[in-house]
Design a protein around this ligand. Sequence first.
Ligand SMILES: [Zn+2]
Ligand SMILES: [Zn+2]
Length: 353
Amino acid sequence: MNEHNSKNNWNIHVKYWGTSGSISSPLKPSSVTEKIIDSICTLAKSGHLKDIDHANLESSVAKMVHNHLPFSSKSTFGGNTSCVEINTEDCMIVIDCGTGVINFGINLESKWANLPNEKRKGLILFSHMHYDHLFGLPMCQSFYETTNSFDLYGCEKVAGNLIDFFGQNSDMVNSLYPPILSKIKAIKKIMPFEENSPLVIGSTKISHFQLNHPGSANAYKIQSKGKSYVYASDHEQLTETDTGLANFCKNADAIYLDGQFLLSEYLGESGIGSGVPTKRIGWGHTPMEWCLLTAFAANAKSLHLGHRDPRRSDIEIENILAYLKGHAVELSKSNQQNCPEILFPHEEMDCFI
Ligand SMILES: [Zn+2]
Ligand SMILES: [Zn+2]
């Protein structure tokens, strides 16, 4: 179900463009230097540097980096905020327009370059209106191209607020963003979802579910040809296992849940990185250990943990993943249930479902 799975046999293709939570968090220059030092040390210690083939230097080094370095040394999970692209046989959907939507748009223009106008169509779904899910929208070139066509959906409040925020009469947007709604010509319609009514396009069904978050947020379930993917970011579970969300995600092939904190960070027993411990109850996000319990209750095949706290380093994320995998194995034994695959999606990651 991840990028190593078959690209030729899928019903839902998910591509992540932004998985950082709350605010964009670009890699610091000192972190790049640390990664280079760490990579060379790792290769030197393991003895692989002597295997370099100087006659085919680039390919030989590329192979070494690919095969012998951990992800946190050779790459990054990325620092852009929420944006996920989903493709089915019937439609292309983008959920949330955080800063990740800028790279989504750059990629889309080459992907759609040779398509006739009637096929340059997509849906935009908004989970909610917080800045980290919204501020990429005026920066995405694809939304200005008159040859493109997007319909935008959210809950009733989102649709109304977007028009207020980006519309002609918004003083705020005229100061912050010269391109007001009338200039984002590719967005043809802004519509609220009908209450309790899924959107159906061919064999693709899009359902929504209300989450617990300040100002509210929507989760989305995309189903196509017997496969399903759920995006449920910006949610604070009120109980360790969220049975309502688990029912919405029942037997999903992959679920993307909001795991901004560890339980100890949520309860204020430990800080994030070098930060001081602060209680984070009521902030609208769920501890990862509780996401895992909900994934088990949902019998989900794969748990994607997103809305990462922007202070996490890449190596911390890898260490947390190892801890969660261990925790999941214990739960699986005590529950006598299959263990879901657990991953932190990085930018540009493809998942074929
Ligand atoms: Zn958010
Ligand atoms: Zn939010």
